[in-house]
Ligand binder design. Structure first.
Ligand SMILES: [Zn+2]
Length: 305
């Protein structure tokens, strides 16, 4: 079922597990990921980046397809705009039915980040659409940003940011970075920092970006420390590419085979991540309900309040 991301993340935060936010950029990846959630009986978040929508994964095509796929499974499925940086693009995703929005103004100053994030919350909350903000800056692996501790989230800043913006989920910088890490490099994640931000924000859902290539043990420990949303793009898309590269006997295949194989590769990788995050079987926590509560009403007790 297509559902509100806040239902998914609040349950994950209350029960100490992680939910995969997997990158879906076409029918093959969307179908593979949702099939993985169905087979693992797990909640799932699909993410599409702002730039990906402009280049290829148009919202007009992707959102109705994802909603149709989600309607076929009892597993709760949410859809989140990933790294919305421009208000016009965010409004576009909002209008086309994304069930949550991530606004990324983390490259700006703290003051400007608060102003921009708050503006998106004011757009989305009255319509029941939850918002994720990013504080600290999760940069690019290729530039070594994950090792730059000056970019990490500070717990006291997190309290102010959440209080002043009203976000429902917070993406933090704690040692990971986007894209591919250099060969053989395993990021050093600051688990104490995750715990400190979690405590300071009253246990609110926290997101880890740049999870691909971080290593299974790091992800398990990050979830234990308080991460609830685990963004995975590179490993899913790379799995699709690797599978295509493995298909040697093109002359013996039907023309459909590469697409079926791509879907299968996305599914297998997603199942691995779902198990790693600890969300297998957790779809049992979610039942369609006939209530009319406010999906963005739950708040967290910030430190000092
Ligand atoms: Zn990200």
């Amino acid at each position: 079922m297509f559902t509100n991301i806040k239902h998914i993340l609040d349950d994950a935060a209350q029960n100490y597990y992680g939910v995969i936010a997997g990158n879906a950029i076409n029918m093959e990846t969307a179908k593979g990921l949702i099939t993985a959630a169905h087979e693992e009986n797990a909640p799932l978040i699909l993410i599409i980046g702002q730039g990906q929508m402009t280049r290829h994964a148009n919202a007009e095509l992707m959102v109705p397809m994802i909603k149709t796929l989600a309607s076929k499974t009892p597993a709760p499925i949410a859809l989140c705009l990933d790294h919305g940086t421009e208000f016009e693009r965010i409004a576009h995703a909002f209008r086309h039915g994304f069930s949550s929005i991530m606004i990324d103004a983390s490259a700006q100053t703290m003051e400007e980040n608060i102003v921009r994030t708050k503006r998106v919350v004011e757009l989305c909350h009255p319509q029941g659409v939850p918002v994720e903000g990013e504080l600290g800056h999760v940069g690019m692996a290729a530039q070594g940003d994950g090792q730059d501790e000056s970019l990490y989230t500070k717990p006291e800043d997190a309290v102010r940011f959440v209080r002043e913006t009203g976000v429902d989920c917070l993406a933090i910088a704690c040692g990971t970075a986007h894209g591919k890490y250099p060969e053989g490099y395993v990021p050093k994640i600051n688990f104490d920092l995750i715990r400190a931000v979690k405590e300071a924000t009253g246990g609110m859902p926290l997101a880890l970006h740049g999870s691909s290539g971080s290593g299974d043990e790091n992800i398990r420990l990050a979830v234990k420390a308080g991460i609830n949303k685990i963004n995975v793009a590179t490993e899913i898309l790379t799995a699709c590419w690797n599978r295509l590269n493995e298909l040697r006997s093109w002359e013996t295949m039907t023309t459909m085979d590469p697409f079926v194989q791509m879907e299968d590769a996305a599914k297998e990788m997603a199942r691995h991540w779902i198990r790693l995050a600890g969300s297998s079987g957790k779809a049992d926590h979610f039942k369609p309900d006939y209530t009319f509560g406010d999906p963005v009403a739950k708040t967290y007790n910030l430190q000092g309040e």
